[in-house]
Each structure stands twice: as structure tokens, then as C-alpha cells.
Design a binder for this molecule. Structure first.
Ligand code: COA
Ligand code: AMP
Length: 641
């Protein structure tokens, strides 16, 4: 392995003295008060970083760049091929927008520690709102626009937001998504009622304000902009929460991942330099959505903490208007580094297999492509390498960690790429592979991927109001380690290979979804006796959910009709993002003798992979029945076999 990279020395440096390592990185941040101890092992569930320090994330992301005389530098570029709009905000303008909005939120009663729920599409106001909430020392929780009312209600009931900030609509290529019915429905369903909704009316879709509840964003923000209202950054403890981001768990109750202020800033800023190799003033584009962790970390916070330029892109890799959109954005804005999910490249490759549109644009600014969110398949990596002629870096992380667990740190010097591997553990992470009994496995052997505690700065300290669930979901199974719920192996060179989830989470177009949550919804259909949802391989989206349903005995209604209702139920309850379109009625589900549904075996059958008859199976004939239904309905690889 090449020694040209500084990675090994830096990793060894971190391992020798993690506290000292992070203290050095923390010098890049403005602190209102220094920490008492860089890592307090006695605080929180497994310890807390920068204990005793005070800071403000908005100050570090916005004000300090203006104070340093860099107010004229572009901070946020809004590029929306879906509406045909473009707008640019420099750091001084960003500060004005954020301060005015913070004044509005303050008028609505938001104080330090209060929660504010954000339900917005990819508009710059979504970023302004996150920063304004941070400015007040309050806590935001952004909900992705592709989730429906029920998911929104679950989050409202969990985090009790004082205010909801929403837009009047999201815009998808083939349709508008009006948010008002979703918001009204969610608030009606939720037990907790927010005091106010601040609504950004988009000209593409009007919004009827609810008297007494809703306030028009533009009018009140404008008033404070005109008045030049000043709102100082509220000092918070480094360990205070900056945001809660809900992510899929194994049940319908999503997990509220908590991110703190101090450690988050330190690790994200470090990652911009060490992993992405980006300098202040450069343009970094994460083509994701603010509703996901990639959007939180690499659309909003990390680029702005660094003093770089970020892009809020409201469009899709294809169809807005074509598969050349990404190249157009890179050219128009001089993007240095693009970060997206492999599925976006699979979509582009499908539309333009020869990459003919790439040649139409000048991509000389582009230095690297980063892929994450799902396994990067070798074909996609090779295609991107060949067409773009820049390093294509797969990196692996999770909502929980907030930044990469493993990657190829371009800022420390690129390591040789091994296609299929997100490369090596980042400084901060002691990654190990262990068997189910907790013993380390030899290099090259598949096992549970775990991280030795403590997790680094920016990784979740706990789940919102749920320390016990945090422990049971992540820490209890392998004492002393954080369980990633990913399985894989590490080779002799320390390269990681991420193979599969060990739980019922599936990855659909880079979106993390819980099959358990879908099963809960389907089980609510009055004609369904039981069901099992599995993720089946899909060339474009990586995986697609497929639901197997067993009807109550005596049901005489049309099976087609019931299946359509089940599909609609998941779309209405969870949202279109679930991409749940396959419902298959079967006579019975394959189970072990103790009644556990054999989802793993069903998945292998659907994907045409080799499978072994489980020794504990109750009735082997049922697996044949599953295979037959898949073939008859032309679903999955079983159908192609
Ligand atoms: N608001 C409302 N609906 C949304 C939405 C949003 N923000 N995002 C997606 N949806 C809808 C889509 O319109 C689609 O609805 P449909 O069933 O009516 O067609 C459904 O949710 C499924 O969306 P998706 O799985 O994204 O499929 P798609 O066909 O619209 O797009 C890709 C496919 C690959 C182009 C798209 O998934 C993509 O660009 N992915 C990039 C990866 C990414 O952003 N990952 C995030 C983590 S890095
Ligand atoms: P999310 O929390 O939505 O970011 O999803 C995290 C999960 O996505 C991980 O636990 C993995 O299962 C998967 N994932 C993310 N990045 C990668 C990657 N580079 N390679 C393989 N799987 C990945």
C-alpha cells in the first residue's frame, strides 16, 4: 500500500491521544468559553466532548466570516432547474436573512432549548431557518418533504416543537406537493400542538393561512430586514443539542438522533479539510436534500463552517431537464467537489450511457466526486471515473455519526482506491469487525462492524429523550462498542467492505427506510392478517420494498383492489419516498418453528441468490410458494431465473 498519503501518520497521531488530537482541531472554531475537559467520560451515556465549553454554531457558520471581512464572498447558491430560478447570497446577505428570521422566531416565542420543526423543500430559506434556530440556541428538526402526515405527526409528538416552519409546497418533476394538507393533517393527528406555523408561500403554490396559527414568512422577515433588527448569537453549551434528525429504526417509531453544537462543529470542519480536501472560498456541492443527514452536514453546516460556498439544488439528476443537469451546475458555479448518492449516477448513466452530455460542459473546476448513502456498485464507480476523470471516492457513514466513519481522505493525500471499499477508518473511529459473540474476526472475514467507544465528536451522544433506547439499539449488544448494524469485513490493509445491514433497514435510492415501519402500516389494513416487507435488488434504486400479505380468512373482496389499497396506505402514511409499489398476496408466510418470518431467505429467493433451507423452518413448501408468486408476478430476479 502507498505511503504517500499522510493518513497513516495522522491516524496514529489520533490514536495516541484522541483528546489532544481533537483539541488541536477545535482551534479552528470560535468558542465563547473554553472546555473544562476535552472529553468527559462521566457525562452522558458514554461521555461528552468539549464539556464545559460555550459556543454558537450560527456564529461560526456565518457571523465570523463576515467579521473577518469575507462578507462579500458567496455563501449560498440556490439553483432550481425545477422552477427555473437561481439566486446567490453572500455571507453578509446570509447574515441579514438569518438575523431577520431569528428575530421572527424570537417574536413567536422561540427561546434557547425550544424545538422548531422544519418541513421545507430545497429552497435557501430551509438553510436560513436551520441557522436562525441555531442562532437562538434552539433545536431544529428537519423533516424530509417526501414523508407524509403520519411521519410528520410522529416527529411532532416526539420533539414537541414550539413552532413549525414550512413552505407552501414542494415541487417534484411531475407534480406539486402541497404541504398544507400534510401539515394540517399532521397537526390534527399529533397529540402535541405547536403554537405557531411560519409559512413560506411559494409563488408556484398559494397557501391559505390558518388564522391564529399561521404567519406569513415573507411579510414578517421583510419587516425585520427593513428594520435591521439585530439578534445576537445565544451562547449554548458545547454539549447542548443543535438538532434532532429522525431516522428509521426497526419499528414505526423513528429514532431522534441528537447532534450537539461543539463537537459537531469541530468534526465537520475537520472533515471538510481532511476528507474532502476543500479550502475556504471553494464551491462544495452536496446534491442531496436538507431533510437527510447529508444535507444537514454537507449542504448546511460543514461548507459554511469552513467559509466555503454551498449549493442548494432543487432538481433531480435526470428529467430537470435532462441527464446533463449535474454537469451544467458544476460548470455554472465552478464546483470543486460533488457529493451525491450512487443512485443519482445510476439514473444519469441509464439516460446517457455514453456520457455524451458531459462533453457539452466545462468541468475543469471539478476535482473529486464523493459517493455515500448506499453501497457504491463497481459499475457506477468505474463509469464515473472514466467519464469525469477525477478521483471517485466512496465513503461510508450514517445519520447517527454525522460524518464519515470510513473514507479516502483526499485532504491528507489520496490512498489507493479499492473498488467496492469505502477505504479506511477516519481519524476518530476505531472500527473493528467482530462475530456475534463479540470476538474479533480475522481479516477478510465477514462480521458485525462496530466502533470502539467513545464515538468521535459530532456522532450522536444519545437519542432524543431516549437514553435507554439509545443503549439498547446501539450499545448493549457489544459492550464497549457502538453497533453500526452494518455487516462487512476489513482486509489486510485495513480497508473496509460494507456488505449488508444486519437489521430490517433497507436503502431505496439512497433513502434509509424501515421495512418494520411499512409492516406496521400494512398490518393496519382491515383485510390483512399478517405481512412481511423485504428489500429486493433494483438496478436503479439499489433496493425496492416488496410487501407479502396474507389476507384474513373469509375475505372475498378482489385481491387486486386490496393490494392497491395497501400500496396507497403506505404512500399516505409513510409517504411517496417509501417507493412502495409492490404488494403480493400469498397464502402463507415462511416461518421458523418458533414463528419468526424468514425475511432473509425470502430476499435471497427474490434476488436470485443462493440460499440454504433454514434448519428451523416450519414448512419448506412455503418457500416454493413464495418463489412461484414472484415468478408469476414478474418481481425480482426470481422472475428472470
Ligand atoms: N417531496 C415530495 N415527494 C418526494 C420528494 C420530496 N422531497 N422526494 C422524492 N419524492 C417522491 C418522488 O416524487 C417519487 O414519487 P412518485 O412515486 O410519485 O414517483 C417518490 O417520492 C420516490 O422518490 P425517489 O425514490 O427519489 O424516486 P424518483 O424516481 O423520484 O427519483 C432518483 C430517482 C434516483 C433520480 C432520485 O432518488 C435521486 O435523485 N436520488 C439522489 C440521491 C439522494 O438524494 N439521496 C439522498 C441521500 S445522499
Ligand atoms: P443513513 O443513515 O440514511 O445515512 O444510512 C446509513 C446506512 O446507509 C448505513 O448504515 C449503510 O447501511 C448505508 N451506507 C451509507 N453509505 C454507504 C457506503 N458508502 N457503502 C455501503 N453502505 C452505505
Amino acid at each position: 500500500m502507498s505511503n504517500a498519503s499522510g493518513y497513516h501518520a495522522v491516524y496514529a497521531d489520533w490514536k495516541k491521544d484522541p483528546g489532544l488530537f481533537w483539541e488541536k482541531q477545535a482551534e479552528a472554531i470560535d468558542w465563547f468559553k473554553p472546555w473544562n475537559t476535552v472529553f468527559d467520560a462521566d457525562s452522558g451515556v458514554y461521555g461528552r466532548w468539549f464539556h464545559g465549553a460555550e459556543c454558537n454554531t450560527c456564529h461560526n457558520a456565518v457571523d465570523r466570516h463576515v467579521e473577518a471581512g469575507r462578507g462579500e464572498q458567496t455563501a449560498v447558491i440556490y439553483d432550481s432547474p425545477i422552477t427555473g430560478k437561481k439566486k446567490t447570497f453572500n455571507y453578509a446577505e446570509l447574515l441579514k436573512e438569518v438575523e431577520a428570521l431569528a428575530a421572527v422566531l424570537r417574536d413567536l416565542g422561540v427561546k434557547k432549548g425550544d424545538r422548531v420543526l422544519i418541513y421545507m423543500p430545497m429552497v435557501p430559506e430551509a438553510v436560513f431557518t436551520m441557522l436562525a434556530v441555531a442562532r437562538l440556541g434552539a433545536v431544529h428538526s428537519v423533516v424530509f418533504g417526501g414523508f407524509a402526515a403520519h411521519e410528520l405527526a410522529t416527529r411532532i409528538d416526539d420533539c414537541h416543537p414550539k413552532v413549525v416552519v414550512a413552505a407552501s409546497c414542494g415541487i417534484e418533476p411531475a407534480r406539486q406537493v402541497p404541504y398544507k394538507p400534510l401539515l394540517d393533517n399532521a397537526i390534527a393527528q399529533a397529540k402535541f400542538k405547536p403554537d405557531h406555523c411560519l409559512v413560506l408561500e411559494r409563488e408556484e403554490h398559494p397557501y391559505d393561512l390558518e388564522p391564529g396559527r399561521d404567519t406569513d414568512y415573507a411579510a414578517v422577515v421583510w419587516a425585520h430586514m427593513e428594520a435591521g433588527t439585530k439578534v445576537p448569537c445565544v451562547p449554548v453549551a458545547a454539549t447542548d443539542p443543535l438538532y434532532i434528525l429522525y431516522t428509521s429504526g426497526t419499528t414505526g417509531q423513528p429514532k431522534g438522533v441528537v447532534r450537539d453544537n461543539g463537537g459537531h462543529m469541530v468534526a465537520l470542519l475537520y472533515s471538510m479539510k481532511a476528507l474532502y480536501g476543500i479550502e475556504p472560498g471553494e464551491v462544495f456541492w452536496a446534491a442531496s436534500d436538507v431533510g437527510w443527514v447529508v444535507g444537514h452536514s454537507y449542504i448546511t453546516y460543514a461548507p459554511l463552517l469552513l467559509g466555503a460556498t454551498t449549493i442548494v439544488f432543487e432538481g433531480k439528476p435526470v428529467g430537470t431537464p435532462d441527464a446533463g443537469t449535474f454537469w451544467r451546475v458544476i460548470q455554472d458555479h465552478g464546483v470543486s467537489s460533488l457529493f451525491t448518492a450512487p443512485t443519482a449516477f445510476r439514473a444519469i448513466k441509464k439516460e446517457d450511457p455514453t456520457g455524451s452530455l458531459i462533453g457539452k460542459y466545462d468541468l475543469k473546476s471539478l476535482r473529486s466526486l464523493f459517493l455515500a448513502g448506499e453501497r457504491a456498485d463497481p459499475d457506477t464507480i468505474k463509469w464515473a471515473q472514466e467519464k469525469l476523470k477525477v478521483p471517485v471516492i466512496d465513503h461510508w457513514w450514517q445519520t447517527e455519526t454525522g460524518w464519515a466513519i470510513a473514507g479516502n481522505p483526499l485532504g491528507l493525500g489520496e490512498l489507493p482506491v479499492k473498488i467496492g471499499s469505502p477505504t479506511v477508518a477516519m481519524p476518530g473511529y476505531d472500527v473493528q469487525v467482530i462475530d456475534d459473540a463479540g470476538h474479533p474476526v480475522p481479516a477478510g472475514t465477514l462480521g458485525n462492524i462496530v466502533v470502539k467507544l467513545p464515538l468521535p465528536p459530532a456522532a450522536l451522544p444519545t437519542l432524543w429523550n431516549a437514553d435507554t433506547r439509545f443503549r439498547s439499539a446501539y450499545l448493549d449488544e457489544f459492550p464497549g462498542y457502538y453497533k453500526t448494524s452494518d455487516a462487512g469485513y476489513m482486509d489486510e490493509d485495513g480497508y473496509l467492505f460494507i456488505m449488508a445491514r444486519t437489521d430490517d433497514i433497507i436503502n431505496v435510492a439512497g433513502h434509509r427506510l424501515s421495512t418494520g415501519a411499512m409492516e406496521e402500516v400494512i398490518a393496519g389494513h382491515p383485510d390483512v392478517a399478517e405481512c412481511a416487507v423485504i428489500g429486493i435488488a433494483d438496478q436503479l434504486k439499489g433496493q425496492l420494498p416488496a410487501g407479502f400479505i396474507v389476507l384474513n380468512s373469509g375475505v372475498t373482496r378482489s385481491v387486486d383492489e386490496i393490494e392497491r389499497e395497501v400500496v396507497k396506505l403506505v404512500r399516505d402514511e409513510i409517504g411517496p419516498v417509501a417507493a412502495f409499489k409492490i404488494a403480493l398476496t400469498v397464502d402463507r408466510l415462511p416461518k421458523t418453528r418458533s414463528g419468526k418470518i424468514l425475511r432473509g431467505t425470502m430476499q435471497k429467493i427474490a434476488d436470485g441468490e443462493p440460499w440454504k433451507m433454514p434448519a428451523t423452518i416450519d414448512d419448506p413448501a412455503i418457500l416454493d410458494e413464495i418463489g412461484t408468486v414472484l415468478k408469476e408476478r414478474n418481481v425480482g430476479q426470481a422472475a428472470a431465473a
